[in-house]
Design a protein around this ligand. Structure first.
Ligand SMILES: [Zn+2]
Length: 116
């Protein structure tokens, strides 16, 4: 086998190994990460562009106190500090979300004052 053929074989093996590696990464990401992005681009409450971020996923039936639910709906609807994953737990633990930074601040302030 000449040197050129040996180099082509090495390149093919490296490309194949890279393909296998990237495929494994894609499968692992799909196993652990959910696409939780909504369609909105702007927060309707604060009129600022939403940012791309990651949030932990919470599974199960959420029970919100009425005060929190009212405040969330009116003051920080796009905080997405936690992503509600539904009643049936899945393998994904992180959601990619579009969140409003001002909603997150408003939620943190609301929680700080609610606990005081
Ligand atoms: Zn907002």
């Amino acid at each position: 086998m000449d040197k050129s053929a040996t180099n082509k074989t090495k390149i093919r093996k490296r490309l194949f190994a890279t393909f296998i590696f990237l495929s494994a990464v894609a499968v692992l990401l799909a196993f652990l990460v959910r696409d939780g992005r909504n369609e909105e681009a702007t927060c309707p409450v604060h009129d600022v562009p939403l940012r791309l971020g990651a949030s932990p996923i919470s599974y199960g039936l959420p029970v919100f106190e009425s005060e929190y639910f009212k405040a969330k709906t009116e003051k920080f609807p796009f905080s997405y500090s936690t992503y509600l994953g539904g009643c049936m737990p899945k393998t994904q633990r992180i959601a990619i979300v579009r969140y409003c930074p001002i909603c997150r601040q408003a939620e943190e302030m609301w929680e700080a004052t609610a606990q005081a």
